[in-house]
Design a binder for this molecule. Structure first.
Ligand code: MLC
Ligand code: AMP
Length: 512
């Protein structure tokens, strides 16, 4: 770890000329240009504000805001002040936020002003002392207060294994788990990716992902900052607008849905992509068909990589040679990452056989926040992390993900945990039981589907169930289709056979 903390390492990579453009907004009413000096000063002011609150060291700072450059500065300022960043999806509603605040006990919560009423009520009830607002138009109490602060700040020293962020990832049994990532985890991964993906001075990154998950927050932002690269910053992904900016850029990172949506645009041509150096995909499986279509339409070979909240990035297809990028695979373990495939009894499997993927390395998290038993369960006796992904390594060393042992649906790059949705459905009046599955979806990769069994005599209405769910949880988790059925298929042990449900509804969205 360089002197100070992860922020110091990123700051050390800023260009000498701090007056160059670091970030340019693409979808604000007028384009905004932030220089490297703006990032330096803005993060100093927010860090000073946090330090002035006299919080205990390594306090959690929970953030549920719309994407903005100021939100990026808030993240960097939290690192700079030596506190722990806790990003939250801005689609989460009260019951979801309540859980995170109760579990993480943040000293500070930052939310959008439209949510201030309910967020602050929850936060104060749960013991949080400070709630600020931050909106995507540079307004809110956070910036109002930060504006009064000095614009110089000495980054607070943190050791490599000190906590930098907690990223919540849901548990298969319902309770969400906070993956604890250290300054060292994040920096080690960022440095490896800088080399592996051939970042060069002058690269320009189109940033169109949300910044509450590891993909948009760590992989994309650290990549650009460590390389002193300008970012073209989209508050939200819009395919036409992104394609229009490709000629000015060289690097793009997306989940597969972003590629599928850009492919649907006639403007996606070789000409539009001529200046691009690298397209990267991850967070969900990239279909071979999308990989091949992209090659044909853009003339570029997407580089697919694999990672997770607990580990940041684990594998990557080769940057060079381009011909080494194999569609349908996630490439090779990154330098320093150990990756092995084991059977259910933790015995190593021979090359080519399918089993559970286990990993270790400087990027692998130390455990789940306040869940020592869960942490112990997810690590093997010899210290490897069980990813819950199922895959194989071929003779040439390429890793392929073939499925998941965890009951998880990945929809448009967002994780949806069936157990959580079933929990909400089962609580609803007239519901006896339910099963939630993922089936192929042309846009989202997987679409969430629920099969619900009514209590005897109860009449259920799928639309009403959907509306009730959307009143309680983030809408992306709500099933895209709900079927009412007299019973669920079960095996001899009484376990619900989700495979049979998946087969039954396999073509649901394809047909649509
Ligand atoms: C939005 N909706 C979704 C959805 N996104 N439904 C299912 N799955 C999704 N992913 C729903 C909304 O709830 C809303 O429903 C409706 O679609 C329109 O919402 P929107 O906000 O206008 O959607 P849109 O902007 O089109 O968003 C789609 C998207 C977004 C693909 C751009 O989902 C996205 O940015 N995904 C990226 C997620 C990501 O960054 N993952 C990285 C995880 S890190 P309603 O009912 O309100 O109309 C990780 C590790 C790793 O996995 O390896 O990287
Ligand atoms: P998250 O918990 O949101 O970080 O999601 C991590 C999960 O996303 C991994 O455990 C994988 O199941 C999945 N994932 C990430 N990248 C890929 C990829 N390239 N191909 C298939 N699955 C992926």
């Amino acid at each position: 770890m360089s002197k100070g903390n992860l922020f110091s390492a990123l700051r050390a990579a800023f260009p000498e000329d701090l007056d160059g453009i670091a970030v340019e907004t693409a979808d604000t009413p007028t384009p905004l240009h932030y220089t490297w000096r703006d990032l330096e000063r803005g993060t100093a002011m927010i860090a000073n504000l946090l330090q002035g609150l006299a919080l205990p060291p390594m306090s959690r700072i929970a953030v549920q805001v719309d994407k903005s450059v100021e939100a990026l500065m808030l993240y960097l300022a939290v690192l700079r002040a030596g506190h722990v960043y806790l990003p939250l999806n801005n689609a989460y509603q009260a019951s979801e936020i309540e859980y995170f605040i109760a579990d993480a006990e943040p000293a500070v919560v930052v939310c959008a002003s439209r949510g201030f009423g309910w967020v602050s009520t929850l936060a104060f009830k749960l013991g949080t002392r400070h709630v600020f607002t931050l909106d995507d138009d540079r307004s809110g109490t956070l910036l109002g207060r930060a504006a009064l602060q000095p614009d110089v700040h000495e980054p607070v020293h943190r050791r490599s294994d000190d906590l930098a962020a907690i990223v919540y990832t849901s548990g298969t049994t319902g309770r969400s788990k906070g993956a604890m990532l250290s300054h060292g985890n994040l920096l080690a991964n960022a440095l490896v990716l800088k080399d592996c993906w051939g970042w060069v001075p002058g690269d320009v990154l189109i940033h169109a992902l949300p910044i509450f998950h590891v993909h948009g927050l760590f992989v994309a932002i650290h990549g650009a900052l460590l390389n002193a690269s300008r970012m073209i910053w989209f508050g939200r992904f819009e395919p036409k607008a992104v394609i229009a900016r490709l000629p000015e850029a060289s690097v793009f990172m997306g989940v597969p849905t972003l590629y599928v949506r850009m492919l649907a645009e006639a403007a996606l041509t070789r000409e539009a992509c001529r200046g691009m150096r690298l397209f990267i995909s991850g967070s969900a499986p990239l279909l071979l068909d999308t990989f091949a279509q992209w090659q044909q339409r853009s003339g570029h070979t997407i580089l697919e990589r694999y990672g997770m909240s607990e580990t940041v990035m684990l594998t990557s297809n080769p940057y060079s040679p381009v011909s080494g990028r194999r569609g349908g695979t996630v490439g090779f373990p990154l330098p320093g990452v150990g990756l092995r495939v084991h059977d259910d009894q933790d015995r190593p499997l021979p090359t080519g056989e399918i089993g559970g993927i286990q990993v270790r390395g400087p990027n692998v998290f130390s455990g789940y926040w306040r869940m020592p038993e869960k942490t112990a369960e997810e690590f093997t006796e010899d210290g490897w992390f069980r990813t819950g992904d199922v895959g194989q390594i071929d003779a040439a060393g390429y890793v392929t993900i073939v499925g998941r042992s965890k009951d998880l649906v990945i929809s448009g790059g967002y994780n949806v945990y069936p157990a959580e949705i079933e929990g909400y459905l089962n609580e609803m009046p007239g519901v006896a039981e339910s099963a939630v599955i993922g089936v192929p979806h042309p846009d989202f990769g997987e679409g969430v589907v629920a099969v619900v069994v009514p209590r005897p005599g109860a009449a259920l209405d799928a639309e009403a169930l959907t509306a009730a769910l959307k009143g309680r949880i983030a809408h992306f988790k709500a099933p895209k289709a709900i079927f009412i059925a007299p019973e669920l298929p079960r095996n001899a042990m009484g376990k619900v056979q989700k495979n049979r449900l998946r087969e039954q509804h396999q073509a649901l969205f394809a047909a649509a």
